[in-house]
Design a protein around this ligand. Structure first.
Ligand SMILES: *[C@@H]1O[C@H](CO)[C@@H](O)[C@H](O)[C@H]1NC(C)=O
Ligand SMILES: CC(=O)N[C@H]1CO[C@H](CO)[C@@H](O)[C@@H]1O
Ligand SMILES: [Zn+2]
Length: 319
């Protein structure tokens, strides 16, 4: 029998991250990203009101105690699902010591709500127990394999198995604005930011969280179908099991990246995107590099909370 109670007191580890000045990041990324994009503009700006179009997030800004939170991990999904790994993002305000808490990012959605395994694009605000939930889930249609995107009700704040979240107080403030057009290299938008940071800061962990808009073009994205009943043993098994789509701009992506793993068994980048035209899923890369355009806003996280880290781990399925 599968249990559907959430884990109330998961083990939590906490580590500080390296926080370079925004002006330094502007220089490092402004030059580094040109190896992957033809047009690159990186600026330090006041965060625009992200509740407005085109971002439509639950809070205005990415500032105030910025932090990364990674929950669980792929080892709870692969080779076989551990259904008891169910978490409540409502408890995250306490776990990550934030109130109010703006929570955005990528994870596995609440299968007890959806009836099946699903993707989650977390996008919510918690304040004194009050919830403004704009979180989406996407799942694979059992009729025709098409994408079904839904907004979760305020009463549903659970997620399952794994999540990479950026949390802060949702306040205005200075952020990094990254605007790139025309991809000339092999890296996706987030991998090009991450690898640029790794090259410059080597083993000092720099963590960014926030949002980006795929303004133009399409993106290769996946949605997890319902849990596999046969064990998934390799990256190839996982690829065959996942459903892939070419999803259209505009896509609004939320998630996190980190330049180096400070010994916490992390997923180093993870973004999910949603839209207002019924599509959403796990972002891999744009598919029309000549015309692609990205606009992102990011904050630098001061620390990372690692919640319920898997004891038995592996590197399968982390792409
Ligand atoms: C997505 O588009 C690419 C060409 O840009 C094509 O090769 C690929 O098969 C498409 N994938 C899906 C899942 O439709
Ligand atoms: C689907 C749903 O319940 N959405 C709600 C999310 O929260 C806002 C603000 O509390 C409500 O207006 C939405 O109806
Ligand atoms: Zn994902």
């Amino acid at each position: 029998m599968s249990k559907t109670e959430v884990i109330q007191n998961p083990p939590i580890e906490n580590k500080p991250l390296y926080v370079p000045p925004l002006e330094e990041l502007k220089k490092v990324l402004g030059s580094g990203l040109t190896s992957n994009f033809a047009d690159v503009i990186v600026e330090v700006v006041d965060c625009p009101d992200l509740t407005q179009q085109p971002f439509t997030l639950a809070c205005k800004g990415l500032c105030g105690k910025p932090r990364l939170v990674e929950i669980g991990g792929v080892p709870y999904l692969v080779p076989l699902v551990k259904r008891e790994k169910l978490y409540d993002l409502k408890l995250l305000g306490n776990h990550a010591e934030l109130n109010p808490a703006f929570i955005i990012g990528a994870g596995a959605g609440p299968w007890p709500h959806a009836g099946v395994n699903c993707e989650m694009m977390a996008n919510m605000e918690l304040e004194n127990g009050k919830i403004n939930n704009q979180t989406r889930i996407s799942k694979v249609s059992e009729q025709d394999d098409s994408c079904i995107l839904e907004i979760l009700p305020n009463s549903e704040t659970r997620c399952a198995l794994l999540a990479n979240l950026f949390c802060c107080e949702g306040k205005p403030g200075k952020v990094l604005k990254i605007h790139c057009k025309k991809r000339t290299g092999k890296f996706d938008f987030i991998a090009s930011i991450r690898t640029t940071l790794t090259k410059h800061y080597s083993d000092k962990p720099v963590g960014l969280g926030g949002t980006f808009l795929l303004k133009q073009g399409k993106a290769k994205q996946h949605i997890m179908p319902d849990f596999s009943t046969v064990p998934l043993q390799s990256d190839e098994d996982v690829e065959h099991w996942l459903k892939f789509y070419n999803m259209s701009a505009p896509l609004i992506a939320v998630g996190t990246l980190i330049s180096a793993d400070p010994g916490l068994d992390l997923r180093v980048q993870h973004f999910h995107s949603f839209s207002h035209h019924g599509e959403g899923g796990h972002y891999h890369i744009d598919t029309e590099p000549d015309t692609v355009e990205y606009l992102g806003y990011f904050s630098v996280a001061e620390c990372i909370y690692r919640i319920d880290r898997p004891k038995e781990t592996h590197m399968v399925g982390r792409d």
